[in-house]
Design a protein around this ligand. Structure first.
Ligand code: G3P
Ligand code: CA
Length: 404
């Protein structure tokens, strides 16, 4: 199956060789020279020009001047957050994926964090790693396959907490959704699982923000591998513990954000799922759900410990049962009224992820009009976007900014 690369991506690869200082793609380890600092200061986007500019065939493929922005509801320009790196183009949560995102102009790179057996934070979307690494093909680790209950779900596979860091480093990442992103599979087996420290080293080398998410914090507490202590320790050790540090810490749970608010000053982001409830509240027997967190009272409660929200984008523009967009909710304005910035997730270019309004053709892997989706959300006043294709977000933002 063929997946069209984005126009911007084509330009990136058709252009000059990477500038000195860019990393190469074999199990990247820190150590390269520093490149120049990027800076951004944009007016608020009203993106009505994007579609017209798209029709003119405008493309970009290089980083525009950019920097880690001060996280604030009054920030001038939507932040481009590279969701699991440039995961539309590389296996997710690898240094190659993060590095490409930086090259594409992302303001922040997003590592999801889980723990190893020896308490090291590493970048994986979940602690079960059968779907994103080659662990299943490693005879040495065949006996680690097991069944566990994580956040109420029974899972069979291989779990990071059963591996030391040295053991995890023997594994290599593979593409999570090869049917949708077959081109990414050419990188299967090439990249190691990075530690949080390696992600920080990369971000600091290129002066972008990090946007770490604690994954399954209640579960990791329950097995004696609490995520928050090593996270705070690592941020402090890297000088990333101030209110103006280029860091956002996010969680789908609430208790750990309240705990973090007491011990660290960096911006905190309450993630809000499209349905269900924070697992810490479920575990505590609370009836509160994510729906409750989006009410004015819920947002007021969030504002007591967090600086922003990261809602499922469908909570801002819902879809009907056929996948077509419905009128926007008041969530962005309600959050802003309580001083919270709004960073919705996840913007992905492939038809299968897009609202029906923006799909092109019937191939689920083909790109639809994601730039129009960015245009819609920028016009609604979001303060940032999590995206698998940061180049297209930068492109849409650049066009909208030029028109403002
Ligand atoms: O953290 C924002 C977004 O990444 C949440 O979804 O499941 O991809 O971590 P997920
Ligand atoms: Ca995440």
């Amino acid at each position: 199956m063929f997946v069209e690369p984005s126009p911007a991506c084509q330009v990136v690869f058709a252009g000059a060789p990477p500038a000195p200082g860019w990393l190469t793609h074999d199990d990247i380890e820190p150590g390269g020279p520093t490149v120049h600092r990027f800076r951004v200061s944009y007016p608020r986007v009203v993106a009505a020009v994007v579609t017209g500019a798209l029709a003119l065939g405008l493309v970009i493929g290089v980083s525009i001047p950019a920097t880690a922005q001060v996280p604030s509801p009054t920030a001038a320009e939507p932040l481009v957050i590279a969701h699991r790196g440039a995961s539309g183009y590389r296996p997710e949560h690898t240094l190659a994926s993060y590095e490409l995102a930086i090259r594409m102009g992302a303001d922040a790179i997003e590592p999801d964090l889980v723990s190893t057996r020896d308490g090291v934070l590493v970048a994986r979307h979940e602690n079960e790693i059968g779907g994103t690494t080659d662990v299943a093909s490693r005879p040495a680790f065949a006996d680690r396959m097991t069944t566990k209950v994580v956040d109420g779900l029974t899972l069979t596979g291989w779990f990071t907490e059963d591996f030391t860091l040295a053991e995890l480093k023997q594994l290599r990442a593979v593409e999570r959704i090869p049917d949708i992103r077959p081109n990414n599979t050419i990188y299967d087996g090439r990249f190691a699982i990075p530690t949080l420290q390696q992600v920080i080293d990369l971000a600091q080398r290129f002066d972008v923000a990090i946007y770490p998410e604690t994954k399954h914090p209640t579960y990791f507490d329950s097995i004696g591998l609490s995520l928050e202590e090593p996270l705070v320790r690592t941020l402090r050790a890297n000088g990333l513990d101030r209110a103006d540090s280029p860091v956002f810490v996010q969680s789908f749970e609430t208790s750990n954000l309240r705990q973090l608010d007491r011990v660290i000053d960096v911006p905190l982001v309450q993630l809000i799922g499209g349905s269900g409830a924070p697992y810490d509240l479920v575990a505590a027997g609370s009836p509160l759900t994510y729906d409750d967190l989006t009410t004015p009272a819920g947002l007021r409660a969030i504002a007591a410990y967090a600086d922003g929200i990261g809602p499922d984008k469908n909570r801002i523009v819902p879809r009907d049962s056929a996948g077509f967009l419905l009128p926007p909710t008041a969530l962005v304005d309600d959050a802003h009224d309580r001083g919270l910035f709004v960073h919705p997730y996840t913007f992905r270019a492939e038809n299968t992820f897009l609202p029906a309004d923006f799909r092109v053709g019937s191939d689920p892997a083909r790109y639809g009009d994601i730039a129009a989706e960015f245009e819609l959300f920028f016009a609604l006043g979001v303060d940032g976007v999590f995206t698998d294709q940061p180049d297209i977000a930068v492109y849409a933002r650049r066009l909208a900014t030029a028109a403002a």
